[in-house]
Ligand binder design. Structure first.
Ligand SMILES: Cc1cc2nc3c(=O)[nH]c(=O)nc-3n(C[C@H](O)[C@H](O)[C@H](O)COP(=O)(O)OP(=O)(O)OC[C@H]3O[C@@H](n4cnc5c(N)ncnc54)[C@H](O)[C@@H]3O)c2cc1C
Length: 383
């Protein structure tokens, strides 16, 4: 069994760390969080280094990196900012979907722009009546001459309001087919007439923003459909393992930062004449926290390795999502306890982890849905 990374992977990790240390200090993250601003500036710098093309095949201007490489990037980036790493992933994975299912024209049109940060890509599935049951989505698209006409509403949409965003909108194109079969994917620029985006005020995710989107007779050229008509559900599931794993890598990087912050505080903060970390209750809590981060990390690495080997790994990916997201949420809560009143203060970063981590056991497939996937993979017919 080999637990090491290749020399190239170590270089990749170091280069991400070096960049983030220089370009993404804690003050920068705090400022964007406070001002609720999308991280355009740092994404511009990342695009100059070609990062948005890291997993994109070389023939479309990318570097063709594999799953293990990509989780190294996600883990290191998220040590500095969970949100910056998450927003990066959304664009890249929507791009990979176009690579996998789009026409040659779509790949040549959208992918270089995404890599050069001239556009951003976002994903639009969830609706008021279609959350965990995503296949019940009802936003419709009807062909009218040379255009698709969209009507309906999406909710909880990350970063769809960022400037020059092209939204990957999953729509119902056939109401008479079974619900998983009448869905298609259409690309809609967010400044198309008839699109109205309203910000939803949320506890966290202040940089990326969470939105409702209303579509009223929104017309886009029929060429904006990605892949085959009514094949959207399969497309949604096709790249899911890599996308989920990237998400998991951001949970472990962020969790590590939570432990590092809590550990540092426990060494500095003196009560009853000694650092609080030397109280066994605190020391043991920190030991458990680091153990959980390492366990989450190993689940992610194992699933990424399996994916690179071409092995089926949905169960392992779901375990990594379940345990990784629960770990980040639990640890940021414990981090608040270790930091006492300072954790609750907006002047310290722990509260941001607490806010941002709370939703990850719900979004992108809740913990309950992950357990259902794992149980089914174990041969149980759970509903
Ligand atoms: C900050 C944020 C960002 C998001 N970004 C995006 C985005 O960019 N694009 C997008 O399309 N969506 C996005 N989402 C939506 C997200 O994926 C959904 O919130 C998620 O799928 C859950 O749907 P819901 O919120 O409607 O909860 P519900 O589906 O109503 O679930 C509520 C509770 O019921 C449980 N539950 C539901 N069904 C079952 C079941 N069968 N078995 C057991 N338990 C069940 C769930 O686990 C959960 O605990 C985002 C959400 C948030 C909060």
């Amino acid at each position: 069994m080999e637990f090491g990374f290749s020399e190239e992977q170590n270089i990749l990790r170091n280069s991400v760390t070096d960049f983030m240390e220089k370009e993404c200090p804690p003050e920068y993250v705090r400022e964007l969080d406070e001002k609720e601003e999308y991280p355009h500036e740092i994404y511009g710098k990342m695009s100059k280094l070609g990062w948005f093309g890291l997993p994109i095949p070389e023939e479309y201007g990318g570097s063709g990196l594999g799953a293990v490489d990509l989780i190294i990037v996600g883990e290191e980036m998220s040590r500095f900012s969970y949100e910056i790493a998450a927003g990066f992933g959304i664009s890249v994975f929507c791009g990979l979907n176009i690579i996998e299912h789009g026409s040659e024209e779509q790949k040549k049109f959208y992918i270089p722009k995404m890599i050069d940060n001239k556009i951003r890509l976002s994903i639009s599935i969830t609706e008021p009546n279609a959350g965990s049951d995503a296949a019940s989505l009802a936003t419709s698209a009807v062909l009218d001459g040379g255009s698709w006409v969209l009507n309906g509403q999406k909710t909880f949409q990350t970063a769809s309001d960022a400037k020059d965003t092209v939204m990957s909108v999953y729509v119902r194109t056939d109401k008479d087919l079974p619900k998983h079969k009448g869905i298609s994917l259409i690309l809609v620029p967010n400044d198309t007439p008839g699109v109205e985006i309203r910000r939803i005020k949320m506890l966290g995710r202040k940089m990326l923003h969470t939105n409702e989107i209303f579509f009223e007779d929104v017309r886009v050229p029929k060429e904006n459909m990605v892949g085959e008509l009514n094949n959207g559900w399969k497309m949604l599931l096709s790249g899911l393992e890599l996308e989920r794993l990237y998400g998991c890598s951001t949970f472990i990087g962020s969790s590590q930062t939570v432990v590092d912050l809590a550990l540092e505080h426990s060494k500095q903060r003196v009560q009853f004449g000694r650092p609080i970390g030397t109280f066994q209750a605190m020391g043991h809590m920190l030991a458990d926290m680091q153990t959980e981060v390492d366990a989450a990390r190993l689940l992610v690495y194992r699933a990424a390795w399996m994916l690179d080997q071409g092995m089926p790994c949905m169960k392992q990916v779901s375990m990594a999502k379940l345990f990784g997201s629960e770990t980040y949420a639990r640890l940021s809560n414990q981090g608040m306890q270790i930091m006492g009143g300072y954790g609750y203060s907006l002047e310290y970063d722990m509260q941001r982890h607490f806010r941002d981590s709370r939703i990850i056991t719900v979004s992108a497939g809740s913990s309950q849905m992950q357990r259902t996937v794992i149980a089914r993979e174990m041969g149980l017919r759970v509903v």
